[in-house]
Design a protein around this ligand. Structure first.
Ligand code: DGJ
Length: 735
């Protein structure tokens, strides 16, 4: 049983073989967190971990001896503000009389097998009830007559605890939720480093670490989407924890909109972690009978470093967040025309590229931006999802049929949430964009954001996209989103609902995704946002892979893929081999290295195959044969980060098949060095007792333990002649 309730002591113990999470109901009927960490034995009470001392300047609730509690000094579960706790609260409710004070008290609880959906929000799921157990604790405020249910789902076999909160209002007077975080966790000390994945366009998800200090440290997005600047994830790790050792607590929010991940260290060394929808752009009015569900936060505890935390997220997100047939299907190798033609293409040019792609072994052609409306550059056409007949005389339907007849599948680009002012859509419905009355709207990439908080706008886009998808042979959709959101005001909402528009916009996006997936379950959706500006767990619920970054330079990709892998599995990373000099950084890297980096994800090419020399074509043919042979191992294997490109002159990693029979390891030396020392490449995750043949090495097998603890020697001779940006790939097979 992963969830126990000790009736006498009124304590809940949620545990599995990896972790324990212990909560008790306090005498004042609020909730106290007693422990979160490595699995501890069950016993009737852990109240010995609770400290209720009287401190100067503290403010107390209750007056009887054991009822006198300073909520500031209690480690809480879902704290409020204004009744003695002076930290930031997890929620705030404004009431008609102007008060924000609430007192939610334990009312009841239930423990159920399985895990509930929180639709329309995406969340992790179970396939059978035995996979998880869910505790729901109901708290009630009798003055405003509102219920908050805190949900805790613990997976039976993984160190995963998923939390969310549901507000249900029963009172006659409406209330306004001004803050509703998905979870709050109080940890008893502050000896942690905060790990975050931050960056910008073309350098998304760099791994940054900082030691926690007294006060608040946080990351957020107020850009309308999860953003390239900060991923909706933080981890707290012990200062000595590294990739393979030490305690790590991960917090990953299944949400694509504005978020806040907030860590507060108080003067007594207690650390409060909260994550959820950003309160600064959120307010939600609840009338009698209405409810509000927060997004889910997925908490992962590891006592053996960041790699173990990542493995837990990878497995969960690949198998119990991603859905549909593409969750488990082998993904096609694509050719995308964006970096080679931009929007300046003709049908003839596309068909020539497809013919050459076929010879190389590529399986699916993606027609990127520029196929619709009046779209010759980024100033016009967005929103007009019908083919540009000048470029494509037989439309998308004709082109898709021709491509299928040539033996490739066909994929198509859309940017559903946007419109250019120079578009038929904008001309017909100028009020359908987000903008404030009487003021100019700001443009990003010359485009406006459609008001997806309005059902009729989502319906319209659904109608135009589904028409194209129905009429043509389309196996893949790249869903792009190329600007951040400003002037987030809906012409269809009244004043009291304007602060709910950012969240309702995201619900509109989920709604459109959900409807398209339902009607076209065979289509593989790849999400994209100027590369990886919306690479978040919620997107994986709809689109199992994401265009990782617009940056296709192999060397900067080392960092991007390394950072992305902290949370996201290789099955979710779209990686393309592109032309050199690279479009984003001008770097010239060897074709082998470009492929050796792109192999660790879902492979594609983004170049003009007609421009390749015979030697390059040969290499690419071989790369594709190699990838086809091993792509399922790469998609489903366990990925270990071995060498950190943020800290060293190299990157290294390995993906090991679940049964440990096979593995592929990559080692990348960034800059060449004169007369370098030798390198021992220490592998991980192998069967220590097995013997492995290693490609490119002597015919004698290596022992698994030897490969992990003594390493593979990469001699300086191997590197010297190769110049900068050299790499080596090892395929290992159990003998
Ligand atoms: C941004 C994407 O990340 C690119 O791959 C490409 O699709 C362009 N948009 C097209 O406008």
């Amino acid at each position: 049983m992963p969830i126990l309730f000790h009736k006498e002591e009124r304590e809940f113990h949620l545990y599995n073989e990896h972790m324990s999470y212990i909560i008790r109901i306090l005498p004042n009927l609020q909730l106290e967190n007693l422990y979160y960490g490595k699995r501890v034995s069950d016993k009737p009470t852990y109240s010995c971990l609770s400290e209720n001392v009287q401190r100067p300047l503290a403010v107390y609730s209750g007056d009887a001896a054991n009822d006198k509690i300073s909520m500031h000094h209690v480690r809480q579960e879902y704290p409020s503000f204004g009744t003695g706790d002076f930290h930031y609260p997890s929620f705030e409710i404004a009431q008609l009389n102007g008060s924000g004070i609430t007192a939610f008290k334990y009312q009841s609880h239930s423990i159920r097998k399985g895990k509930r959906d929180i639709l329309p929000l995406p969340s992790t799921y179970v396939e059978s009830d035995g996979e998880a157990e869910t505790l729901a604790i109901v708290l009630y405020d009798t003055v405003i007559r509102t219920k908050v249910t805190l949900f805790y789902s613990i997976y039976t076999d993984a160190s995963v605890l998923c939390r969310s909160a549901l507000f249900e209002h029963e009172g006659d007077d409406p209330i306004t939720l001004n803050r509703a975080m998905s979870a709050s966790v109080d940890l008893p000390d502050s000896l942690f480093e905060m790990v975050q994945l931050s960056g910008a366009w073309a350098r998304e998800r760099s791994v940054k670490k900082r030691r926690l200090e007294d006060g608040v440290q946080s990351i957020h997005s107020l850009r309308g989407i999860s953003s390239a600047e900060h991923n909706p994830f933080i981890a707290l790790k012990r200062p000595n924890a590294d990739e393979s050792n030490g305690e790590v607590y991960g917090f990953s929010l299944v949400y694509s909109g504005n978020f806040l991940a907030h860590v507060e260290v108080d003067s007594f060394g207690c650390t409060r972690v909260m994550i959820g929808i950003h309160p600064d752009t959120f307010a939600w009015v609840l009338k009698k009978g209405e409810s509000f569900q927060t997004p889910e936060v997925v908490m992962v505890y590891s006592d053996s470093g960041l790699n173990t935390m990542s493995h837990t997220y990878h497995r969960l997100y690949r198998t119990r967040l991603a859905r549909g047939i593409w969750r488990d299907e082998t993904r096609p190798i694509v050719l995308n025309n964006w970096e080679s033609t931009g929007s300046a293409f003709t049908e003839d040019k596309i068909l020539l590229m497809v013919g050459k792609a076929k010879e190389l072994g590529i399986e699916l052609f993606v027609l990127d931006d520029g196929w619709f409306g009046k779209r010759d550059d980024d100033t016009s056409g967005l929103g007009d999802w019908y083919p540009n007949m000048k470029k494509l005389p037989e439309g998308i339907s004709g082109l898709s049929r021709k491509i299928e007849a040539m033996g490739l599948k066909f994929g198509l680009w859309f940017e559903p949430e946007m419109a250019n002012k120079d578009s038929d859509l904008y001309r017909a419905h100028p009020d359908w964009i987000l903008s404030t009355p009487g003021r100019d709207e700001s443009l990003g990439r010359n485009q406006c954001v459609l008001d997806f908080s309005r059902a009729e706008v989502v319906d319209f886009i659904y109608g135009s996209m589904s028409k194209v998808l129905r009429e043509s042979k389309i196996s893949y959709v790249k869903w792009d989103m190329n600007r951040y959101i400003t002037e987030c005001y809906s012409r269809a909402s009244d004043a009291s609902s304007q602060q709910s528009v950012p969240h309702r916009f995201i619900l509109g996006v989920y709604d459109l995704y959900g409807r398209l997936i339902k009607e076209f379950p065979h289509i593989l959706f790849e999400s994209c946002s100027s590369g990886g500006a919306r690479f978040d767990p919620a997107m994986l619920y709809f689109a199992p892979q994401v265009w990782t970054s617009d940056n296709t330079d192999a060397i900067t990709r080392l960092k991007i893929q390394y950072g992305t892998s902290i949370v996201y599995p290789l099955s979710s990373m779209g990686n393309h081999v592109s032309d050199v000099p690279n479009q984003q950084v001008g770097r010239i890297t060897p074709l082998d290295t470009r492929a050796n980096v792109a192999f660790f994800g879902q492979l594609g090419y983004e170049l003009d195959p007609e421009e390749l020399t015979e030697a390059e074509s040969d290499k690419i043919r071989k790369q594709i044969v190699f990838y086809k042979k091993h792509r399922d191992l790469i998609r489903t294997g366990t990925f270990y980060r071995l060498g950190n490109p943020f800290e060293e002159n190299h990157a290294a990693w390995i993906v090991v098949s679940e049964n440990k029979d096979e593995a592929i390891a990559g080692y990348y030396r960034i800059l060449n060095e004169p007369n370098p020392g030798t390198t021992r490449f220490y592998l991980a995750g192998l069967d220590g007792n097995a013997r492995y043949l290693v490609s490119g090495k002597n015919a004698e097998p290596y022992c698994g333990d030897e490969l992990m603890y003594a390493g593979i020697l990469i001699s300086s001779d191997d590197w010297c002649s190769k110049g900068d940006f050299a790499s080596v790939l090892f395929y290992l097979e159990k003998k």
